[in-house]
Ligand binder design. Structure first.
Ligand SMILES: [Zn+2]
Length: 156
């Protein structure tokens, strides 16, 4: 199994284990110059902000408080991140933060489900344009047909 697949699968496992979001489980694995330089993050409220059901099950409140997996993985990294593996394509806001982090050369994510693609098409398009302009390599790996359990991944 390639390193890309291992890190991407690790992101899916982390999302399922750690994300408290009832509808959207997202995680990111940030890797530095060598594969032992690893930091990770998942979508969730910042440290000190309680994961109450009132907040988690109210979509509007949840979106206003949640930090995305990519932001958390970059915040946790204490080394220059070169590759970021994400369970889902980054939103435009995360794409900007990834560029702002300055060291990321490559973003790898799972090819999204058709439902996800439909729903987030505009945001994904903006992300791709930003990465292309800034010279960040972007790759989608098609896990959906090879790993049956990834089909369980919920759509936000
Ligand atoms: Zn995002």
């Amino acid at each position: 199994m390639s390193k890309d697949l291992k890190f991407l699968q690790s992101a899916f496992a982390l999302a399922q284990i750690w994300s408290k979001d009832p509808s959207s489980k997202v995680a990111a694995v940030a890797v530095g110059d060598t594969p032992n330089l690893v930091a990770w993050g998942y979508n969730g409220f910042p440290p000190g902000i309680a994961d109450t059901e009132n907040r988690l099950f109210n979509r509007e409140v949840k979106y206003s408080l949640v930090l995305h997996a990519e932001e958390n993985a970059l915040a946790n990294a204490t080394f220059p991140v070169r590759t970021l593996y994400v369970t889902h394509p980054p939103c435009q806001g995360c794409a900007l933060r990834i560029l702002g982090y300055r060291s990321v050369l490559r973003v790898v994510c799972a090819k999204p489900s058709p439902e996800f693609q439909d729903r987030w098409q505009a945001s994904i398009k903006q992300t791709l344009a930003l990465f292309e302009e800034a010279g960040v390599e972007y790759e989608e790996i098609d896990l959906w047909n090879s790993l049956p359990w990834t089909q369980q991944s919920p759509v936000p």
